[in-house]
Design a protein around this ligand. Structure first.
Ligand code: ZN
Length: 383
């Protein structure tokens, strides 16, 4: 115990630990007195996490919603055959999970892969944005992440395996700290997100979950202090969680226009966004008119998309993007068929979109947006 290592910086990522989720809760208030709200980026975790890891906006790292339309060869072509199977069979969650696993293995996808509820009818028009492991060097579609910098600078660091449960990730970090050989760690804790989706941010179950995090992080800090003379702890998140109050079935309204999906246009319905690509001007006009008259959300203009850092090359993620107001979700969507209590992926201006940064020392860089976490991590690691 006399030979303590110098310093360790630990960045704890808790998925969906929003600023508004923490409101009126005293989560690690004494241990982590430096607390700030972070503005998120437009998109789901598949967009927010790459922004945290690169310091870039979605257009610059190239990650956004999982599925995007491709006019080239789609990796999902063979799956089209599944459209002939009865829907009762292919729509079942367990069956889809199994198919997702087979596809992931067949293509050697290293990232998170889930087919969700994407219809097989037009699956061969789509490609998938997260084929690589985001938490490994070379994981980004464009540019470098913190893990490229860490690897390049020879810093001795620990990073959780995102495929593992939280307990395993906590234990594995504890093992690394005991050895005293690392100076930087990234701890990945993801199960808060699922809970918030299920029960919403005001549930007692969220208090219980936060108490569990408190207990485990206190233990982690105490252990780190036994082996390091300075322990710098940062807790960050990617977005918050809004409470769902209303659902809207955009797919049925679009179907009712009588256009031919596949010949006139293709669409994906994420939980909070409908995204369209057009093959005909008529389809573009009629769908635009329909959406313009819907009170539940609005079409994002090119100027807005640019300001949000979501103006992608060749409109990769949609030629037209309809974003729902906070608290409204598309049901059924290609992400799920059932309503749910909490959702994120709304405009970053909405308070429920805000993420958080909590620390036991003042952050080394100005921290206002989730992209600042990248600069914080580089400064802490010296990478
Ligand atoms: Zn989520």
């Amino acid at each position: 115990m006399n030979n303590k290592s110098d310093k360790v910086s630990i960045v704890v990522f808790i998925d969906a630990l929003g600023w508004e989720v923490l409101r009126n809760r005293r989560f690690l208030e004494e241990e982590l007195p430096f607390r700030s709200k972070l503005r998120s980026v437009l998109g789901f975790s598949s967009a927010c996490v790459p922004s945290i890891l690169t310091g870039n906006q979605p257009r610059d790292h190239g990650h956004w919603s999982f599925f995007y339309h491709t006019r080239e060869r789609s990796p999902f072509r063979p799956l089209r055959l599944l459209r002939w199977l009865p829907r009762g069979m292919t729509d079942r969650g367990r069956v889809r999970n199994w198919i997702s696993k087979v596809v992931k293995r067949a293509y050697g996808f290293q990232g998170y892969f889930q087919l969700y509820n994407m219809p097989f009818k037009l699956i061969d028009r789509f490609d998938y944005c997260e084929k690589r492991d985001l938490f490994r060097p070379g994981g980004m579609n464009k540019g470098k992440s913190i893990f490229d910098h860490l690897e390049g600078s020879g810093v001795s660091f620990h990073c959780s395996d995102w495929r593992q449960p939280e307990d395993t990730n906590l234990e594995s970090l504890q093992d690394s700290l005991v050895k005293g050989e690392i100076s930087f760690a990234f701890l990945y804790l993801a199960s808060m997100d699922g809970l918030l989706h299920q029960v919403g941010k005001s549930s007692k179950q969220v208090d219980d979950k936060l108490a569990w995090y408190e207990h485990r992080l206190r233990k982690l800090m105490a252990l780190a202090r036994e082996h390091y003379s300075e322990v710098r702890l940062f807790v960050c998140s990617d977005h918050g969680m809004a409470t769902v109050e209303q659902t809207v079935d955009i797919g049925s309204k679009v179907d009712a226009l009588g256009l031919h999906e596949g010949r006139d246009f293709v669409a994906t319905y994420d939980s909070t966004m409908a995204r369209f690509w057009f093959y005909s001007d008529t389809a573009r006009q009629r769908i635009s008119t329909l959406l313009s008259n819907m009170p539940e959300g609005r079409i994002l203009t090119d100027k807005e998309l640019q300001a949000l850092g979501c103006d992608f090359d060749n409109q990769q993620y949609g030629e037209l993007i309809f974003l729902l107001d906070a608290g409204v979700i598309i049901v059924p969507s290609h992400m799920g068929t059932q309503p749910i209590t909490g959702m994120h992926g709304y405009h970053p201006d909405h308070p429920d979109s805000d993420a958080s940064l909590l620390s036991n020392v003042p952050p080394p860089v100005r921290s206002e947006c989730i992209t600042d976490v990248f600069h914080l991590m580089r400064a802490e690691a010296g990478a």
